[in-house]
Design a protein around this ligand. Structure first.
Ligand code: SAH
Ligand code: SF4
Ligand code: F3S
Length: 448
């Protein structure tokens, strides 16, 4: 049986898509190996969101090429977003044998066979408007079986692609148009994860709030999944601020929907937001934050922020810092703008120097880190219900997650999948540390 090795880079959606690839390859008689030296086919699932992500994958591709030269007949393939973006140049400049974009994974076995038969440098980057839900069953495969192993926390992709075309972003170009998966497939996939031991399910999409199935919209999907799995924590990621409304927040009042929202703001300046094509102003964003807090007083709010976007002035950056101080996000993912060829930002001037963007990023990280630490300190002395996900990689405890999506180090006797109620005793750096009182581990669910 031929063996393949698959390395996954990029976002959680790529992890899900790697599941599709595994399904397709297993069906074609391939076995997976975790040892690249043992593999006949070396594959990587890639990301294009920032130049750094591509550089990392291209570096790894060099290792794959050396492994290929050690064993004639070995095949090197690049999959995913960078495969879609760089296409033929991955063959001509980086000597990949196979290049497969996000809509073409079903063709992998055929492409591998063609390379074995002597044709090399095959590029499959046709984009479709279909979801894998409609094409996999025709081949006797189910997308809901894609992810075989269920962790305590599982992710279910509910929609692919994006129609927003924010001017910095490559995603709509490489992932194609928005496509929602049908409700029934999502629910059965979530149920399968739970049967396999999952206790926490995240519904995933570049803009989950754009999900639709006929007349159904995302709040209904959320309500349906939450009702079908009443003892499981339900989350979702990512929400576009423009699409967040009272109907969603109403659906989030269900007891097992987690009160945490990731709401990328990107910038606090109106002129930058307009040039980014984000579809909201600073004032509208702040109004949405206020709405979230009105409906869900305990809600935790996280965000993405981008600095150094073309035309961003020192005053624009100050507006971002000011917004961060005003909102007091629980956590933020912060990035320096990375130019992606073919995006709208190409025409926006003036560009911000690397030095200025770097300085702004450091300043922003400094401010947000202080706020993150302060928010975590608010947990001191509180009793929380924590879902144990696994051992803590850095010390002797366990990693537990709150309903508000905060990670807490837990000391005491427990196991992955346990729900434990315990008190935060101290803060280590900015990580809360809690201790389980003897014999307190209890299997129950609900918010705390
Ligand atoms: N769909 C999500 C985010 C997708 S990409 C949303 O709408 O918010 C994740 C984050 O990467 C973005 O929120 C943005 O902050 C960042 N990002 C996207 N393109 C980028 C680029 N060209 N340079 C730097 N950061 C970028
Ligand atoms: Fe990119 Fe904007 Fe779509 Fe998010 S909403 S994936 S940032 S284009
Ligand atoms: Fe990257 Fe593609 Fe995800 S560009 S962030 S892997 S959708």
């Amino acid at each position: 049986m031929p063996k393949y090795y698959l390395q996954t880079y990029g976002c959680q959606m790529n992890v899900w898509e790697s599941g599709i690839v595994r399904r397709v390859l297993a069906d074609a008689g391939f076995a997976e190996t975790g040892d690249e030296r043992d593999a006949d086919v070396l594959l990587m699932m890639t990301c294009s969101v920032r130049s750094h992500a591509e550089q990392r994958a291209l570096g790894r591709l060099g290792t794959f090429r050396s492994l290929r030269s050690e064993r004639p007949g070995r095949i090197v393939g690049v999959l995913g977003c960078m495969a879609q973006r760089l296409a033929r140049s991955l063959v001509s400049d980086h000597r990949a044998d196979i290049v497969v974009g996000p809509d073409e994974y079903l063709r992998l076995p055929e492409l591998i066979a063609d390379v074995r038969a002597g044709t090399s440098g095959l590029v499959a980057t046709r984009q479709t408007s279909e979801c894998y839900d409609s094409v996999l069953p025709a081949r006797g495969l189910s997308p809901s079986e894609a992810s075989s192993r269920s962790a305590v926390s599982a992710f279910v992709t509910v929609m692919r692609g994006c129609d927003n075309f924010c001017t910095y972003c490559i995603v709509p170009h490489v992932k194609g148009r928005e496509r929602s998966r049908p409700l029934a497939g999502i629910v059965s996939e979530a149920e399968r994860h739970v049967a396999g031991g999952a206790k926490d399910i995240t519904l995933l999409g570049q803009n989950v709030l754009a999900w639709r199935d006929g007349r159904r919209r995302f709040p209904e999907l959320l309500g349906t999944v939450a009702a079908a799995l009443p003892h499981v924590r339900i989350r979702f990621l990512t929400s576009h601020p423009r699409d967040l409304d009272a109907e969603l927040l109403e659906a989030m009042r269900r007891p097992n929907v987690c009160p945490s929202i990731h709401l990328p703001v990107q910038s606090g300046s109106d002129q930058v937001l307009a040039r980014m094509n984000r579809g909201y102003t600073r004032e509208k964003y702040l109004a949405k934050i206020a709405l979230c807090r009105r409906y869900l007083p305990e809600v935790s709010l996280t965000t993405d922020i981008l600095v150094g976007f073309p035309s961003e002035t020192e005053a624009d950056f100050k507006s971002t810092l000011d917004l961060v101080e005003q909102v007091r996000f629980d956590y933020a993912y912060m990035f320096r703008f990375s130019f992606r060829p073919g995006t709208g930002a190409e025409k926006i001037e003036p560009k911000v120097s690397e030095a200025d963007a770097g300085r702004r990023l450091s300043r922003l990280i400094e401010v947000q880190n202080r706020i993150t630490a302060e928010r975590n300190r608010e947990l001191l002395g509180r009793t929380l219900m924590l879902l144990i996900e696994g051992p803590s990689p850095r010390d002797s405890g366990w990693l537990g997650r709150t309903v508000t999506n905060k990670v807490v180090i837990v000391k005491g006797d427990c196991a992955p999948g346990d729900l434990v109620r315990c008190r935060v005793e101290r803060i280590n750096g900015w990580t809360p540390v809690a201790e389980i009182p003897a014999r307190a581990a209890a299997a129950c669910s609900g918010k705390a």
